[in-house]
Design a protein. Structure first.
Lengths: 116, 109
């Protein structure tokens, strides 16, 4: 148990569906991340929120829409996805700040997404 | 561009020692991380190196050479539970983590 939870753990959706992934961190961190993990590929950083403000958006298609209502919760809203979006979606959190040498990220267990 | 290279897969025997290498080319360097990820589970932090040299933590050690853009993770007295993927990641000048594709380690009895 790393203090970061994600729901659902598994999701199957059609290309016309709308769904949301949820992440919650219980560590008091001020930064949260969405990653996409595909087989045999590096983790792809999708979005970063620092103090609830989005600071990174790595050219992610608009069919992925993040939402960070507070520093403990992070959502990823999905609509009109493509089969190539099937992957493991990981949420992570960390404590960011000046003078912190080690910005270790704590990961949730991920949501295994399959787009039909 | 930024790049992290590590072997795709390695096999080792229970009780033995294995070294997983990682080479990197990044814009700036603010530390190198190793994470362990068991199948179907979250990556978990193993080690962090920001200065050259060896960091030892129990059965696991991590080495860094900044001049060579090189790190390795050394696992001693291998156990079956060490079967997992090992991810190398470098924090660049923007404090963004650049990830390798991971090395799948298979431990045989």
């Amino acid at each position: 148990e790393t203090g970061v939870t994600q729901t659902p753990r598994h999701l199957v959706m059609g290309m016309t569906n709308k769904k949301s992934l949820k992440c919650e961190q219980h560590l008091g961190h001020n930064a949260m991340y969405w990653y996409k993990q595909s087989a045999k590929k590096p983790l792809e950083l999708m979005f970063v929120y620092n103090f609830k403000e989005q600071t990174e958006n790595n050219s992610v298609p608009s069919r992925f829409s993040p939402e960070c209502p507070n520093s403990s919760h992070l959502f990823l809203h999905l609509h009109t996805l493509q089969p190539e979006d099937s992957a493991l979606y990981l949420c992570a959190s960390s404590q960011e700040g000046a003078g912190l040498e080690l910005n270790e990220q704590f990961f949730g267990p991920g949501t295994r997404l399959t787009v039909l | 561009g930024q790049n992290i290279d590590q072997p795709t897969e390695m096999t080792a025997t229970e009780g033995a020692i294995v070294q997983i290498n990682c080479t990197y080319q990044t814009s700036g360097f603010n530390g190198l991380f190793w994470y362990q990820q068991h199948a179907g589970e979250a990556p978990t932090f193993l080690s962090y190196n920001v200065l050259d040299g060896l960091e030892e933590k129990g059965r696991f050690s991590s080495f860094l050479s900044r001049s060579k853009g090189y790190s390795y993770l050394l696992l001693k007295e291998l156990q079956m539970k060490d079967s997992a993927s090992y991810l190398c990641a470098v924090m660049d000048s923007n404090y963004q983590l650049i990830w390798g594709a991971g090395t799948k380690l298979i431990i045989k009895p």
